[in-house]
Design a protein around this ligand. Structure first.
Ligand code: ZN
Ligand code: ZN
Length: 258
């Protein structure tokens, strides 16, 4: 069991207060944190959420010196069309083991904000999936497409609703395949926001299209959610005939059996 949780946050993200030290206590193996980069962060009052790369790498280097190099560096890039140029220039020359790509907001509001409840759910879905596809197309060098359902977490979407968007979802998956990115199983989405059936459907589409790369991440913001419901997500993958997960070291993909 050499795979590890490939989506976690510490206090280097504004919405987490967790420490590396606490995560290190959860395992003797490798771990990675994937801290937020969201310009004009609607969820955070419109300020720029920018990872302090110097402090982040300094902290990891210091801990790695006494913990056998067990910590890898990651970042979760939140795409908006307006921030694309700034995201690209931020990433230039910085060393990460894994880059997650996310769509959290549309430049005006975050998809987890209450304003979503007043909108037409189908219009939200259409906008969100198109934005996801654009994100994957525009951003080069990302490794994992995170929580494909983030934009619909507040909506009560059924598999039948999602099926209506199958052409849009296939366009998104086609871009993910072209970029050789992994599709994330976000276990908080699946088992906290109760979207496991949506993941089952999306994974089925991805497999049909020839997809093989899966990433497993809890999106933990505290150790309580570390490897959240991993056994359930792994059982789903095995049931669907998947036998390995894709991990990234220095942004090079490799696989581990499940
Ligand atoms: Zn996210
Ligand atoms: Zn996250």
């Amino acid at each position: 069991m050499s795979y590890y949780d490939q989506h976690m946050h510490t206090h280097f993200s504004p919405d987490s207060a967790e420490s590396f030290e606490n995560y290190l206590e959860q395992t003797d193996g490798l771990l990675v944190t994937t801290e937020h980069l969201d310009y004009h962060d609607a969820y955070n009052g419109g300020v720029d959420t920018v990872l302090d790369y110097a402090a982040y790498t300094e902290k990891i280097d210091a801990l790695n010196a006494i913990h056998e190099g067990r910590i890898r560096r990651g970042i979760e890039v939140g795409y908006t069309p307006e921030s694309h140029a700034r995201l690209t220039s931020y990433l230039e020359g910085k060393a990460f083991d894994v880059i997650l790509l996310s769509v959290h907001q549309n430049g005006r509001y975050d998809y987890l904000q209450p304003i979503i409840d007043e909108m037409d759910p189908k219009a939200v879905m259409k906008e969100y999936f198109e934005l996801c596809t654009e994100a994957v197309r525009q951003v080069d060098g990302a490794n994992v497409f995170a929580h494909f359902d983030y934009g619909i977490r507040r909506l009560s979407v059924t598999v039948d609703d999602l099926r209506e968007f199958e052409p849009a979802l296939k366009r998104l998956l086609k871009e993910i395949l072209t970029k050789e990115m992994a599709l994330e199983l976000n276990t908080r989405s699946m088992y906290e926001y109760k979207n496991a059936d949506l993941y089952r459907y999306m994974i089925g589409l991805y497999l049909e299209m020839g997809g093989t790369r899966f990433s497993l991440g809890s999106d933990a913001h505290s150790v309580q959610k570390y490897r959240y419901h991993f056994d359930d997500a792994l059982a789903l993958l095995r049931e669907l005939g998947v036998s390995e997960l894709t991990l990234f070291n220095n942004r090079i993909a490799y696989t581990e059996p499940i």
